[in-house]
Design a protein around this ligand. Structure first.
Ligand code: ATP
Length: 354
């Protein structure tokens, strides 16, 4: 399995270095023969190549078996004509990575303020309110006069169908419960369509229990009793916001692993951003990116039927849980270690796994 590794901006280089060391340990322990090729994306690429991402990089990624994308300073990427392209959008759109899978769970050894829970947000990734990806070219956001701005939201049947199917298929491997999150009381046409299609697809999965929630009420339900939920399916921006909340409720945003998956390609990417406030200080939690890498290995196992990638992914998931329980972790999750030491100890743990 060849993986292109793009460390990114802010805390990206630190958390990606830890992730690479864990992947290397898993590769030698489980004989994966991983080939990890590091390249540039983000602000360093902008300086070197005049663009945050390039067509040559995309071609390289298409030939590989997977991509690990570090966090990007997207706030500094304002003008595409100057090469300031949001790499996240670039890969999600170019590789049609329509399903953003964002699990959140509590871990033994960490105070579970809201009780234990284990849920997954399945977020549509290719349309919705994201004006840079829901049109073929240009942007669906415009300034009509200096004082009037308009942002358009796109919802389509094929995108609703495929994200709903991804959610129900995932639920079949878990607790067989899908919650649809929407704002159909206000966005009656677009979110009305989203709900209807989710229920339609749900009828193909009669074993799965289905309910639906208005997004604002959902925030209260998730904070009150996150253990009520198993798989939550929603549109792009609601999923982005909700999954940061669920990651933080699990203990830290630094635990939010995430996979962007399509039918052909997949990209592991932490749920959090580049966290410039803590960059370069060796305090960022690398587990979000490490868990994302494990999700990428698990995706490859499902795609190719090669079980050793699933075994390696499980070893990483269990290794992270054990590291948290024994406090071999960063401060945000109750440990005392730096990013690099956390990565080193987790790699050692994986290498010694029986
Ligand atoms: P960006 O503009 O790239 O989205 P941001 O700082 O606005 O960056 P996040 O990177 O998501 O947004 O960070 C939000 C908060 O969570 C910050 O206070 C940050 O310090 C914290 N945080 C994010 N990622 C981690 C991490 N891996 N470990 C510890 N704290 C984190």
């Amino acid at each position: 399995m060849k993986i292109i590794v793009l460390p990114g901006d802010g805390i990206g280089p630190e958390t990606m270095a830890a992730t690479v060391s864990v992947l290397e340990a898993a590769s030698s322990r489980y004989k994966l023969g991983l080939e990890l090729e590091t390249d540039l994306a983000g602000l360093d690429s902008l300086k070197r190549h005049g663009a945050t991402v390039t067509p040559a990089l995309l071609e390289k990624v298409k030939k590989a078996d997977g991509l690990m994308l570090g966090p990007m300073s997207t706030f500094d990427m304002k003008d595409e004509s100057k090469g300031e392209i949001n790499p996240s959008k670039f890969f999600r759109k170019s590789l049609d990575l329509y399903a953003n899978i964002r699990p959140s769970r509590t871990y033994p050894g960490m105070p579970a303020r809201l009780g234990e829970f284990d849920l997954v947000v399945v977020r549509e990734n290719t349309e919705g309110f994201y004006s840079d990806r829901n049109v073929e070219s240009g942007s669906s956001e415009m300034l009509i006069t200096p004082d009037v701005a308009i942002s358009l939201r796109r919802i389509t049947r094929p995108c609703c169908e495929r994200i709903a199917r991804a959610a129900f298929e995932l639920a079949m491997t878990r607790n067989k419960h899908v919650s649809i999150v929407h704002k159909a009381n206000v966005l009656k046409i677009a979110d009305g369509m989203f709900i209807d299609i989710c229920h339609e697809v749900g009828r193909e999965f009669p074993q799965v229990k289905v309910d639906d929630f208005i997004v604002d009420a959902m925030m209260a339900h998730v904070v009150r009793a996150p253990q009520r939920f198993d798989v939550i399916v929603t549109t792009n921006m609601f999923g982005d916001i909700l999954s940061d909340l669920t990651a933080e409720l699990s203990g830290s945003l630094g635990l939010g692993g995430s996979l962007n998956a399509g039918d052909q390609y997949a990209m592991g990417q932490a749920a959090h951003g580049s966290a410039p406030d803590i960059a370069g200080q060796d305090i960022a939690n690398p587990f979000s990116l490490v868990l994302s890498a494990a999700m990428l290995l698990a995706w490859h196992a499902r795609k190719t039927g090669q079980a050793q990638y699933q075994t390696a992914a499980d070893a990483i998931f269990n290794g992270v849980a054990a590291a948290i329980e024994s406090k071999e972790a960063t401060r945000d999750v109750g440990g005392t270690l730096g990013t690099a030491e956390t990565g080193r100890l987790l790699s050692k743990r994986i290498a010694q796994e029986h």
